[in-house]
Each structure stands twice: as structure tokens, then as C-alpha cells.
Ligand binder design. Structure first.
Ligand SMILES: [Zn+2]
Length: 284
């Protein structure tokens, strides 16, 4: 700050030749040494440091401002620099993107919502500027493209039932997957077996590692189901026949209940044909 260099204007107001500000009468303020502009009236090539930062620019070392603004409310000077007196602030900074024009780029938070995360070595494809209230300065938010990201689901817990029902895993597959990651006591039935929980991340990683086999298994499984669907009637008919036969055996004169179970005197090794040709109703 320095002393103003006053001249008297034709309208009798005092004007400083340096800062070009004017007063009705003498002032005891100091001169900023560069042209002082009213709010928003500086020429467009003059920017304050925040606006320069938004363009990844900073004033060159030792460069003097080319203008200023004084805020009465904040009792604070803001200095303006000519863009041609500036250097790149961070030469490594990825391209600057505006928030209303992100295109296909996303923030880490947005990616997280769709279970993606940038890989460790991934460089952002762009950055967008935000004001950090705590730091009282701007920060660059990195932006990534989905193609540069890896699958990163939020971890959750999957029950054994869900492994079978949702992931269509057989017992063999579940065995391959290995021990559950967590066991929970059943709060309602203390004597019931504990609930086995598997980490969703681990299950999905496991399936990804065995993708080919898993796809084959799903294919095979569908075939099994198709075969079952086609032969359902026959399979159930056989089961029903077995049920009916059991009822008959219980009523049959050749059968008796023993401590080892139900025994038949004629067919001790079990029946081959149903219904049993040797049935004769027991008479008490
Ligand atoms: Zn002045």
C-alpha cells in the first residue's frame, strides 16, 4: 500500500492517478497501487486467484497484480492478475471438466453406487473443481470412466439358502467355495444350527475366478431341470407308488415292526415291483 496521487477533477472530486478511484473529499485511506474496480467491473482478462485456480493457473512468481477490488463488507482486498502473467498451477492435472458437462465421466461416489471403483493405477480422465469450505480453497475432484473401473460390490452377507436359490450353487459348489465367513447364532432357537454367512464379495470373486466352469454348471443344471420337468409325472408316480406300498406293507400279514424298523418276511431285502404281488391283508 502507498499514498494516493491525487488530482482534482473538473467536478471538484478528488481522484487518484494510480488506483483511479475518486472521493468527494480528502481520504485517509491508502492506495492499492493498481486500478481499483467496482464489483464485477474488471476487464475479462483479469481474474482473481480463485478464478485462476479454476483454470489451473497461478500468478507467476513475483508478478504484481493488474487490478483489485475492495469489499467493504469483508474489509478485504481481492487482487486481479492478467492471465498472461500466469503459469500452469499443476502441469499434471487431467483435463478440466465442468460439472454440467461430465459426459460419461463419474465421481468415485457415483461409481460406488453402481459397484464400480477405479483400479489403483487408474488415472482420472478428468477433474472438476469444487470449493472446499474447510480448506477455504478449491479442490479438484477426480473423474473416471466406467471402462477404467473394476467391479467392487459393497460387501454384504449371503446365506447358504441364497447361495442355492440366487446363485444356483449345488452342494458341491458350496463345498468348493469353502467355509462361511461368519456364523450367526439363531436368536429365536438357541439350539438350532447357526446361520452360515458368506461374504458377497468373496462369492462373486469366486464365481468370477471360476466363470467358465460356473457357466457350464448353469448350463448343465438347466438341462437337469429340463429332464426333471419332462419326467416329473413318472418320477412322482413312482414316489406315490412307494407311499401307497408302504401303507399296504403296514397292513400286510407278512410285515412286522421290529426295533430295527419295518421287516417283511417275504421280501426282507425290499421290494422290486410295486404294488407287492404277495400282499395279504392281516386279520387281527
Ligand atoms: Zn490511489
Amino acid at each position: 500500500m502507498q499514498q494516493h496521487n491525487f488530482i482534482k477533477r473538473p467536478d471538484k472530486r478528488l481522484k487518484c492517478k494510480i488506483c483511479e478511484w475518486d472521493w468527494a473529499s480528502k481520504t485517509n485511506t491508502l492506495c492499492p497501487g493498481v486500478i481499483r474496480y467496482s464489483w464485477g467491473c474488471q476487464p475479462s482478462h483479469l481474474k482473481d486467484e480463485v478464478d485462476l485456480h479454476k483454470q489451473n493457473l497461478k500468478p507467476k512468481k513475483g508478478v504484481k497484480p493488474s487490478g483489485c477490488y475492495y469489499s467493504m463488507n469483508r474489509n478485504e482486498w481481492t487482487w486481479f492478475y492478467d492471465q498472461k502473467d500466469c503459469d500452469l498451477d499443476n502441469p499434471e492435472l487431467p483435463p478440466i471438466v465442468q460439472w454440467d458437462n461430465l459426459g460419461e465421466l463419474k465421481t468415485v461416489g457415483q461409481l460406488k453406487k453402481i459397484n464400480l471403483a477405479p483400479s489403483e493405477e487408474t488415472k482420472p480422465r478428468g477433474v472438476a473443481w469444487v470449493w472446499d469450505k474447510d480448506a477455504e480453497w478449491g479442490v479438484w475432484i477426480p473423474l473416471y470412466h466406467e471402462d477404467d473401473c473394476k467391479w467392487n460390490p459393497k460387501d454384504g452377507w449371503i446365506t447358504k439358502f441364497q447361495l442355492q436359490k440366487t446363485y444356483l450353487l449345488s452342494r458341491g459348489w458350496i463345498k468348493q467355495l469353502g467355509e462361511p465367513d461368519k456364523c450367526l447364532e439363531n436368536p429365536r432357537y438357541p439350539n438350532a444350527p447357526s446361520i452360515k454367512l458368506y461374504s458377497r464379495k468373496r462369492v462373486e470373486q469366486f464365481l468370477a475366478n471360476n466363470a467358465e466352469e460356473y457357466a457350464e454348471w448353469l448350463d448343465k443344471r438347466d438341462k437337469y431341470i429340463a429332464i426333471f420337468e419332462a419326467n416329473k409325472d413318472k418320477i412322482f408316480a413312482k414316489r406315490n407308488a412307494a407311499k401307497e406300498q408302504t401303507k399296504m406293507c403296514l397292513k400286510c400279514a407278512s410285515g412286522c415292526s421290529a426295533p430295527e424298523g419295518f421287516l417283511c418276511a417275504i421280501h426282507p431285502m425290499g421290494l422290486i415291483d410295486m404294488p407287492c404281488p404277495d400282499f395279504s391283508e392281516r386279520v387281527n
